[in-house]
Design a protein around this ligand. Sequence first.
Ligand SMILES: N[C@@H](CCC(=O)N[C@@H](CS)C(=O)NCC(=O)O)C(=O)O
Length: 283
Amino acid sequence: MLVCSFAKLLCEIARIYCGSAQGNLLPNASLETVMETIDLSPTPASGASGVAETAAFGSNLDLVSHHLCPYVQRAVIALTEKGVPHRRIDVDLADKPDWFRAISPLGKVPLLRVKRGSGREAILFESAVICEFLEDTQPEPLHPEDPLARAQHRAWIEFASATLNDVGGFYNAPDAAALEAKRVRLVERFAWLERHVSDGPYFSGARFSLVDAAFGPLFRYFDTFERIGAFGFFADLPRVRAYREALSARASVRDAVAEDYPDRLMAFLKKRGSYLSDQIFTA
Ligand SMILES: N[C@@H](CCC(=O)N[C@@H](CS)C(=O)NCC(=O)O)C(=O)O
């Protein structure tokens, strides 16, 4: 069990935000209110800390975040769609605070801090786990009821994660040939999506789902890529184009990042020292 000795350190280092269920980001004054007692041990499978405590979940959730992270956005979108109040705490991943290293087993965001009814706290890591936990404990289901459809949705969320890795490969490509190879790879990925996405507006029809929460942040990168050059990612993919448009119009997707996100992402891309970075300087 890690005790609140991290709180003071947090106060000095972390940038804290309070996020409403609508995803607004507001500066927050005190870290002591965030970190009291953190328990990394698993919740017992039965007993008082089980189902009864989940009733309290919702008003005591802190999402440890990064302002650009697409995996964080998945959790934010799920929280927003479910109308769950939460606080958002941004960390600098280029200079990870000690308190963050101490509670993040993989050194990654997002983390969800869950305050249990007993006053003890648990830390969840991995966006998929966080979203599934919200699915298990909060209203407004974002997974289909049918087990097969649910499994397929989970698979497409994995697909979105693999595509995010290709996005990273694209913006980190060292030269023109590597960039083109990654561009082609991404077009191939989206061609798969073209064959599986519904008639719209969302991945499986009228109902917004966790798959949509995964693809919304992925598509957001392309708004910035298109400011840099004409890469033709979606030229022959009308269904994906329509899907992308529907997701960008969804309030929970739109508001999962701050208003200046496009400029922040552009600044991040400029600093990569990649072939794409050079295109920004010469644009
Ligand atoms: N599989 C993880 C991926 C999360 C992830 O890669 N987060 C990135 C930021 S988007 C991170 O924290 N990276 C650590 C680092 O940059 O050191 C999840 O789904 O939560």
